[in-house]
Design a protein. Structure first.
Lengths: 124, 151
């Protein structure tokens, strides 16, 4: 007697998609680097992936859209969540971390320890 | 010829060329703060192009990049209102080096001296600046996508 296994149509978690995007960038970044552009080393990609994994856990695994993932010209690795006219940027640089909440009229820098709380609020 | 500060008309259209790797299609039609970030280690200001003197295609060709390119557009008056200033080799230069408020306005490129803020704070075109112009230029439609990146 056979039976059919039914799988739930669960949406891909933003963290999984983020990891996929990050890995593609890690592999291809050197190929497309412009003159004077700094390419982050492999360890920086791993560090960012682990940091985001930890932030996600501390935030209580919030359901969020997949963030934009990008590389800055100075070797920064960035994530951006947009919600209307609000944006949250997390920017991982060489020994520098910046979290910035911005809207149409102001910018606010956020302490790294407050990032999980902000992410949880964005999901609420 | 050394660069000097030049006056641009408020209604003049300026473009910023933004680049994307082919592997990041999720952002082909979206601007990011990093699109307006200065390469701090080797550049003074950020480059903008004047549509009065150059076409989009010519500007993109001059950039010389392996990435895909698109353009974002704005009116000069909007940038002047933010305190930005423009440097070119002549009043009709198609390329302008754009500086943030409080810049020492250095143009000594030959000596590899780069511009910096007079008060020692982070350059406004730095992603980690407390008040980053890179983030400001995305908001309120200051810069909008003009010619999106295409494959």
């Amino acid at each position: 007697m056979s039976s059919v296994i039914h799988h739930k149509d669960a949406p891909t978690d933003w963290y999984e998609e983020f990891c996929q995007r990050l890995e593609i960038m890690r592999q291809n970044a050197p190929k497309y680097a412009d003159q004077d552009e700094v390419v982050p080393p492999d360890w920086a990609f791993i560090k960012v992936r682990n940091e985001i994994q930890n932030i996600r856990k501390l935030a209580g695994f919030p359901q969020l859209p997949v963030p934009d993932v990008w590389l800055g010209p100075e070797g920064d690795i960035g994530l951006t969540w947009d919600s209307g006219d609000k944006s949250l940027d997390l920017i991982f640089g060489w020994g520098k971390f910046t979290a910035r909440l911005s809207d149409s009229s102001k910018q606010q820098l956020i302490e790294q320890t407050d990032v999980p709380r902000i992410l949880a609020q964005m999901a609420a | 010829m050394p660069a000097t500060e030049i006056e641009l008309a408020d209604d003049e259209e300026l473009i910023r060329i933004y680049t994307r790797r082919p592997d990041e299609p999720w952002s082909f039609k979206k601007l990011r703060s990093s699109d307006f970030a200065r390469i701090m280690s080797s550049h003074s200001g950020i480059s903008l192009w004047r549509l009065r003197y150059i076409t989009r295609e010519e500007a993109m060709a001059r950039l010389g990049t392996a990435k895909l390119t698109g353009t974002a557009i704005c009116k000069t008056g909007t940038l002047k209102a933010l305190g930005l200033r423009f440097f070119g080799k002549s009043a009709e230069d198609a390329h302008v080096s754009t500086r943030c408020p409080g810049c020492d306005l250095n143009t000594n490129y030959e000596q590899k001296e780069l511009c910096a803020k007079l008060d020692g704070s982070r350059c406004g075109f730095e992603l980690h600046a407390e008040n980053s112009i890179c983030a400001t230029l995305l908001k309120n439609g200051i810069f909008t996508i003009d010619l999106p990146v295409r494959t």
